[in-house]
Design a protein around this ligand. Structure first.
Ligand SMILES: *[C@@H]1O[C@H](CO)[C@@H](O)[C@H](O)[C@H]1NC(C)=O
Ligand SMILES: *[C@@H]1O[C@H](CO)[C@@H](O)[C@H](O)[C@H]1NC(C)=O
Ligand SMILES: *[C@@H]1O[C@H](CO)[C@@H](O)[C@H](O)[C@H]1NC(C)=O
Ligand SMILES: *[C@@H]1O[C@H](CO)[C@@H](O)[C@H](O)[C@H]1NC(C)=O
Ligand SMILES: *[C@@H]1O[C@H](CO)[C@@H](O)[C@H](O)[C@H]1NC(C)=O
Ligand SMILES: *[C@@H]1O[C@H](CO)[C@@H](O)[C@H](O)[C@H]1NC(C)=O
Ligand SMILES: *[C@@H]1O[C@H](CO)[C@@H](O)[C@H](O)[C@H]1NC(C)=O
Ligand SMILES: *[C@@H]1O[C@H](CO)[C@@H](O)[C@H](O)[C@H]1NC(C)=O
Length: 377
């Protein structure tokens, strides 16, 4: 015979069971919520050409003057009278993972950037931590629900990064490591030597180089060690440099300079960027929330790199696309071709493509050549 107390206990037990089950389910989703891919059949290259900044799309590619329009001006000027120039591209060295993922896609017939990427630097900064992707931007961030999102650990820089001073002493410290060929850089590996040893003579020695996004001057030091004639760091944080042959500028100031007239335009022989673009537009560093921040930065790079010039780009590569909001994007078969769309892929140096979608550590230097401004042969 069950007493009232027994029945009460059983009910209590059932209630506790339900509550604890709910708690478990309540807890896990905040780390694993992901939206299953829904639409993957669209043509992303066409889609990408309609991306807007500040609500507008740039006019379509206009080649009646025999130039490519890039961010409001033609990418190659002064010495060449705004004409396309002939470029030579290094042969591709196939990477098995890229072949498998079909990232060596047929180049687009028209590789003209179609939006004013410089505007991205005039968008307002993110002043408070935005913990979820705003509903109105969800489709933009996920390329129409094709890229899964995961929320988990987040980060927000509550203060501006202090102005930093880069000194010769700091650079010398890095140069010593390079001379001893120690494991080097953000991920403490030897990937950068592969790039420097093979490409120094065509991309570094006596060349003008730019570094996009840099917390510490490790790439800068490497370029100086390999005798770059000038290194320019373009970075949101204010950095003072009194290092010989090393200049720093913010993206906004740089954009203004580029647009202020033909004479102030600058073209680099090579551009270097490591572990920066995957954060672009996620707001973590108080940067403007911008679903296409990375793609727009690539457009800007195409505009400041001479036609045929080299981009050494490190972003996390993965067999699957993924957005770990607000920390980083993992680039896979969906977004990577968009990222590379104005570039000829030469080769992947170092590590391969990651297979763990919760890790952003596989970031080989991928060697790319700028197709913008190049005459098609
Ligand atoms: C791009 O925009 C044009 C004009 O609004 C539209 O006709 C076209 O369908 C769009 N293309 C894609 C792929 O969204
Ligand atoms: C963005 O659009 C608004 C409204 O059209 C305009 O007032 C503003 O100047 C634009 N911002 C930039 C940077 O073009
Ligand atoms: C292309 O640009 C030139 C110069 O701005 C202009 O005269 C021409 O009408 C434009 N062509 C098209 C098809 O928009
Ligand atoms: C997001 O996508 C929608 C629909 O394509 C578009 O109207 C809107 O301008 C986009 N927003 C941004 C910030 O790009
Ligand atoms: C950088 O150097 C300036 C003087 O050259 C100094 O006032 C400032 O405090 C330094 N900043 C840092 C972060 O060391
Ligand atoms: C680099 O420039 C310096 C000074 O102009 C010159 O002496 C040197 O031969 C150049 N090196 C190469 C590899 O072109
Ligand atoms: C850089 O220049 C120094 C001094 O001229 C030279 O000893 C060194 O071999 C050069 N390094 C490279 C990679 O060219
Ligand atoms: C560069 O700045 C540091 C401090 O920021 C200072 O100690 C050093 O003397 C400066 N070097 C030169 C060459 O001005």
């Amino acid at each position: 015979m069950m007493t009232k107390q027994d029945i009460f206990d059983i009910i209590l037990f059932i209630i506790l069971l339900i509550v604890s089950t709910l708690l478990v389910f309540e807890k896990t989703p905040t780390h694993t919520i992901s939206i299953a891919p829904q639409r993957v059949t669209m043509n992303f290259h066409l889609y990408a050409q309609n991306l807007t900044i500040n609500g507008t799309v740039d006019p379509p590619c206009n080649r009646t003057q025999d130039i490519y329009i890039c961010s409001g001006y033609c990418p190659w000027s002064n010495t060449h009278n705004d004409k396309l120039i002939a470029c030579s591209f290094l042969p591709r060295i196939l990477h098995p993972d890229f072949v498998k993922l079909r990232i060596y896609c047929t180049p687009e017939p028209d590789s003209c950037p179609t939006y004013d990427a410089w505007l991205k630097d005039t968008l307002p900064p993110t002043l408070e931590h935005i913990k979820r992707i705003p509903y109105s931007l969800y489709a933009n961030f996920t390329l129409d629900f094709s890229i899964p999102v995961r929320y988990g650990l987040q980060n927000f820089l509550t203060d501006d990064i202090l102005p930093r001073n880069w000194t010769n002493e700091e650079i010398e410290k890095y140069r010593m490591q390079l001379q001893q060929r120690m494991n080097y850089g953000l991920n403490k590996n030897k990937d950068i030597y592969l790039a420097l040893d093979k490409y120094a003579s065509i991309a570094v020695i006596n060349k003008s180089c730019a570094v996009i996004g840099a917390e510490y001057p490790w790439i800068e030091a490497a370029l100086l060690e390999y005798n770059a004639s000038m290194v320019t760091t373009i970075e949101h944080a204010t950095i003072f440099s009194n290092v010989t042959r090393l200049k720093t500028i913010t993206p906004r100031a740089f954009a203004q300079k580029q647009q202020s007239g033909t004479r102030s335009r600058e073209f680099f022989d090579s551009v270097w960027s490591y572990s920066s673009l995957e954060h672009d537009g996620l707001g973590q560093y108080r940067d403007p929330l911008n679903p296409y921040g990375d793609l727009q930065t690539m457009t800007k790079i195409a505009c400041i790199l001479r036609p045929g010039g080299f981009l050494f780009l490190g972003v996390p590569l993965n067999i699957k696309d993924h957005l770990q909001y607000n920390l980083y994007r993992l680039y896979g078969p969906i977004r990577l071709p968009l990222l590379y769309r104005y570039f000829h892929i030469v080769e992947v140096l170092g590590a391969t493509v990651g297979k763990d979608i919760y890790s952003n550590e596989i970031q080989p230097f991928v060697v790319l050549q700028n197709k913008v401004g190049c005459k098609r042969s």
